[in-house]
Design a protein around this ligand. Structure first.
Ligand code: HEC
Ligand code: HEC
Length: 302
């Protein structure tokens, strides 16, 4: 019998309670029952947890988890809060939908709504190409400056966004600069001369071939870029006099542009984004700094 080997439990002389036999530096642990309030709280939590399992999704099952009597999920909660946001936006959207650009510009509330919506849509759809701050990069225009290839009024920006540039849309903005060198339209000598001439338009010093370059320019380039090189928006032909370069202003870069030509492509957003979002984006891009007044639309003098 093992019990017979054991000493009888020691009793604390002061309280008369048995000790557990645990002792630290002379302090002995008494074998008191857990306090009643503690036991009660413990039992309540057990009952609570049983209720919780029934009401909320809790137990893993082979097909996922128990659904819970109330069918609560975080997704449903998210949906509800999104529906709430939508409802609040709808009040603005209803007004925005019917408003002309002119009305939007004159209504501070609608304007703010458009810029905020445009800002969010820009980060989602445009920043990949134009950069988060819309500063662009080689081949992707900076949208912060007031240098516009296709036009900077709200209507023109809207059309650019809606139809795209050299996109698959039937109404796309379209134009193509010939690859003067590659396609043999000009000799390499002509391309060199006209490259140097183009560089003088934004301040570079004249080369001995200046006269020749000027003639080549007048005969081959002025039709699209204008006699003075100020660009023509009908053709999406950039201004060559402003030292803002879509494809780089180093001599080698300009030579390459003239020799091989570029054809930047931007997708059409009609059909991908709803009309309200495209309008919000137009207002946002216009607000970035370089937006132009709608009327009268002034084409730069050729
Ligand atoms: C796939 C890359 C790409 C994406 C995405 C893109 N763009 Fe562009 N975007 C371009 C290119 C390239 C051009 C220049 C085309 C050219 O050479 O004329 C351009 C031109 C523009 C222009 C004309 C600028 C001017 O000077 O006339 C505007 C405005 C513009 N983008 C706005 C946007 C907005 C707003 C979005 C988002 C809805 C967007 N872009 C998304 C590539 C892109
Ligand atoms: C049919 C119209 C057309 C003709 C003709 C034309 N260009 Fe262009 N040029 C364009 C277009 C459009 C672009 C912009 C291409 C793009 O956005 O991808 C352009 C772009 C350029 C650029 C790049 C500008 C920049 O900001 O990087 C240079 C430089 C240029 N052209 C020079 C010339 C020269 C020099 C000639 C004559 C030898 C010429 N172009 C003839 C339409 C034309």
């Amino acid at each position: 019998m093992t019990d017979s080997n054991r000493l009888p439990p020691e009793k604390d002389p002061i309280t008369g309670v048995e000790t557990t036999g645990h002792e630290w530096d002379g302090l002995k642990e008494l074998n008191n029952p857990a306090p009643r309030w503690w036991v009660l709280v413990w039992l309540v939590t057990i009952v609570w947890s049983v209720g919780y399992w029934v009401v909320y999704p809790a137990w893993p099952t082979l097909s996922g988890h128990t659904e819970g009597k109330w069918g609560w999920t975080q997704y449903k909660e998210l949906e509800a809060s999104q529906a709430d946001i939508k409802a609040r936006q709808q009040a603005y959207l209803d007004r925005f939908e019917g408003a002309s650009f002119e009305q939007i510009m004159q209504d501070p509330e609608l304007y703010k709504f458009a810029v905020a919506g445009g800002n969010a849509a820009f980060k989602d759809n445009c920043a990949t190409c134009h950069g988060t701050g819309a500063a662009g990069g080689l081949g992707y225009p900076n949208l912060n400056d007031d240098d516009w290839i296709w036009g900077g009024t709200l209507e023109e920006i809207y059309a650019t966004l809606r139809y795209g540039i050299r996109s698959a849309h039937p109404q796309t903005r379209q134009s193509a600069m010939p690859a003067f060198g590659k396609d043999g339209v000009l000799t390499a000598e002509d391309v060199n001369a006209v490259t140097d001439y183009v560089l003088t338009l934004s301040g570079a010093a004249q080369k001995p071939s200046h006269e020749k370059g000027m003639t080549v320019y007048a005969e081959n380039c002025a039709a699209c870029h204008g006699e003075q090189g100020k660009g023509l928006r009908e053709f999406g032909a950039p201004n060559l006099t402003d030292a803002i370069w879509l494809y780089g202003g180093e001599r080698a870069q300009v030579y390459n542009t003239v020799f091989n030509a570029h054809a930047g492509m931007m997708p059409a957003w009609e059909g991908r984004l709803d009309p309200n979002t495209i309008r919000q984006l137009a207002v946002y891009v216009h607000a970035l700094g370089g937006g132009e007044k709608s009327a009268p639309v002034e084409a730069p003098a050729p």
